[in-house]
Every structure is written in C-alpha cells, then in structure tokens.
Design a protein around this ligand. Structure first.
Ligand SMILES: [Zn+2]
Length: 397
C-alpha cells in the first residue's frame, strides 16, 4: 500500500515521522516465495491480462481510457527496465536492475468470453473508499472482481485522504484479489497529480501483488528477504540524494531509495532488482500462486460471439432466483418471476472461465436442473428468450 502526506497523524503514531507514503497491504506476513529452477526461462515474457474497474462519484474520477492506457505503458516500461528515467539510477545499483520480462495488457475477453475493452465503469454514490475491500464487490457498492485466476483486477476510485493504493499478496482470498489505486495517482496523463504522476503507485502495488515486500521489511532496520536489495532503516520519502547513508545500512552505497518498493516520489524511483524479479517470476512456476494467469484466455479474441450484445452479467435476483444457493445436492431449482412474461427459455450454465458447461431448455417458470456434472465453484446461469437475456450467479459446493 501507498499512503501519502495527509495521513501524517497516522504516520506519527506508527513512528514513521518522515514517511510520506506507507503501505498497509493486507496479507503482508505471507511466507517468502521460494525461487527455483522451474521458473519460466528469462526470455519468456509473461503477459498479465488486466481489468480496470473505474468507480466514480465526481466526473473527474471517471478517468479517461487514455489515462488508463498511460498506466499500462508506464507499467510495461518499469517492468522491462525501459523507463526513460532509468539513467538516473546510480551505477552501483543500476548493475543490479532487471528487466522482469513481465508485461501487462488490458483484457480483450471478459469472463463470459465476450469482447471487452478491459475497462468497467460504474457510477457510485460513495464519495471515497478506504482499504476495507468494499470496492471489490457489487454487493457492497463496488464492482465485483473478475476471476482473479485469469485477470489482474484493478479498482480506481477516490480513496480516503492519505491513501494512494493497496494490494493483496499472492494466495489471498480470490474474491478480494487485486489492486486499488487512487484516480489521480494512476497513469501519467489526464487528471494525475504530482508527485505520484509517473504511474509508480501501480508499479509498487503490482510488486506486492507478485509477492514483493518493502525493502525494509516493515521493521526498523529490517529486510525484505531479497539478497540484492540492501537493508534499510525504514521507508524513504520525497526525493533523497544519493548516497542515502544510514547506520543500519552500513554500506558506502547506502539505501536503494530508487527501488519501486520504497515510498519515495515517483520521480525518485526507477528499478526492480534481479532478486525481486526472481521472486515475482516464481509466482508463475508450476504450482505457483499466480501460475493460473498463464492459462488465461483473457487476451484471446472473444469466443462467445452469441453474447456480444447481451446485457451486463450482473446478478438479477429480482427476476431470477436459484435455490438452494450454494448448492450441495447435485441440483438447482430455478425460479423466474411471473412478471417477466417469460415462459419457455433456453438456459446455459457458464463457468468462471467462460465455458458453457451445460445447456438446455426450460418449459415453465420453475425448473430443476441437474448440476452433478459441475465441479465446485461459481457459475453464471444465462437465460434467454426472444429479446430477453437474464443472468444470475450460483455456487456449487
Ligand atoms: Zn507498499
């Protein structure tokens, strides 16, 4: 997480007097990721599909597509060491800098297999959001995460004063998995505001999402468990001057304040190390917490063309009811409100990966469907009649 200046009272209470940004990313104490020989080869670029949920109250918070694209570009530059300001990294640290061979791209296909821009926009009555994860679910006023095994979910919103972003670590609750970034600290254009105007809040949070800790390990004179990042007394802020010498560091090179996993201003940052790259890429090893991303179909062309013009698949419980839900009995009952005027209709049960698992025809407004072929998980059920499409979700346990 990145917090900034307005939370000075919180910083004081945490003993981080000089910090301008503090990270309280949940799940921070997860064990270190083991790096191993099975990691994808260094030349293989991993591309992560991204879906951006824009939650806005004021129109300025409804950031433009261009601003979103500017963030994707900044991420790709930072993660490939092609950032134009890399030259400012002191030579002693530049030699440890890595092209992670990890890239990012807005999703082309949604979880239902339909074509998408990778951007979801939703107006909200909520003026600002804290780090309580409510933004990650429509049920709590936010926008529900897309399948986090296949997408990096990013929510953009107006955050509470002092909070610029937060992230989950690999292995967290799938429904909460992803990154939240403040609307004016996201990207490099549009309504972005200095000193968080080079997209590095997102770079930092993606670092967490891929298993990286802060350089100081969130303890006084602590460590992040990575060999090629030096010890740090604590977080750095602003734009320090090299070398940043502290008693705990003990090296004439000082602290690596220009690393993306510090709290310095965007303009003062510019590198990940080779050790950080190893931790991040280890997530994609067989059995790794992010390995499922490698099988995502989100960057393929849409395959569900029959649903291109369908309504947004939000649960419509007013007109469709599934019970029992969750279902453990190998069957579900479907009840469609009489006032929809629908009688006979086609149904399709669709997995979170967008595959149609079962389909058929319903003759009445209430019908039992055998679900024994379904593995435990979350499914969409799509009901279609002439000119009408309804969706709802159910869970098989
Ligand atoms: Zn952080």
């Amino acid at each position: 997480m990145r917090l900034f200046l307005l939370s000075i009272i919180i910083f004081l209470s945490l003993g981080s007097v000089l910090a301008q940004k503090v990270c309280n990313t949940p799940g921070y104490t997860l064990p270190e990721i083991k790096t191993g020989s099975n990691a994808p080869g260094p030349e293989k670029v991993i591309t992560i599909p991204v879906v951006v949920h824009v939650l806005y109250n004021q129109s300025k918070e409804n950031i433009s597509d261009l601003q979103i694209l500017s963030q994707i570009e900044a991420l790709n530059a930072d993660f490939s060491r092609k950032n134009s300001d890399f030259l400012k990294v002191p030579a002693v640290f530049a030699s440890r800098a890595a092209n992670t061979a990890i890239q990012f791209e807005l999703a082309k296909t949604d979880p239902m297999g339909r074509s998408t821009s990778g951007i979801v926009r939703k107006k909200t009555s909520r003026i600002m959001w804290s780090d309580d994860n409510k933004i990650k679910s429509a049920a709590s006023g936010g926008s529900t995460a897309w399948d986090s095994r296949q997408y990096l979910n990013v929510w953009i919103c107006n955050t509470v004063p002092g909070l610029s972003g937060y992230a989950t670590f690999p292995g967290c609750d799938a429904a909460l998995d992803g990154i939240v970034v403040r609307y004016d600290a996201f990207g490099t254009s549009g309504v972005v505001v200095a000193p968080y105007n080079l997209g590095r809040t997102m770079t930092h949070e993606v670092g967490h999402w891929l298993g990286l800790k802060h350089l100081w390990g969130d303890g006084p004179c602590g460590d992040d468990g990575i060999e090629d990042t030096p010890k740090q007394r604590g977080s750095n802020s602003g734009a320090p001057v090299f070398p940043r010498l502290t008693p705990c560091n003990g090296s004439i090179d000082g602290e690596m304040f220009m690393n993306y996993m510090d709290f310095t201003n965007d303009e003062a940052m510019g590198m990940f190390t080779a050790g950080q790259k190893s931790v991040m890429r280890a997530q994609f090893e067989p059995g790794g917490k992010r390995a499922s991303i490698l099988n995502s179909r989100a960057l393929e062309q849409s395959w569900n063309t029959s649903m291109q013009s369908a309504v947004v698949p939000q649960a419509d419980t007013k007109v469709v009811n599934v019970y029992p839900n969750p279902s453990r009995s190998g069957k579900i009952n479907l009840q469609v409100s009489q006032n929809t005027g629908i009688n006979g209709m086609h149904y399709a049960i669709i997995s979170s990966g967008g595959q149609i698992m079962k389909s058929g025809h319903l003759e009445s407004t209430q019908k039992e469907i055998d679900t024994r072929v379904l593995q435990p998980g979350v499914y969409q059920i799509r009901l279609t009649d002439a000119g009408t499409t309804l969706f709802t979700k159910f869970v098989v346990q």
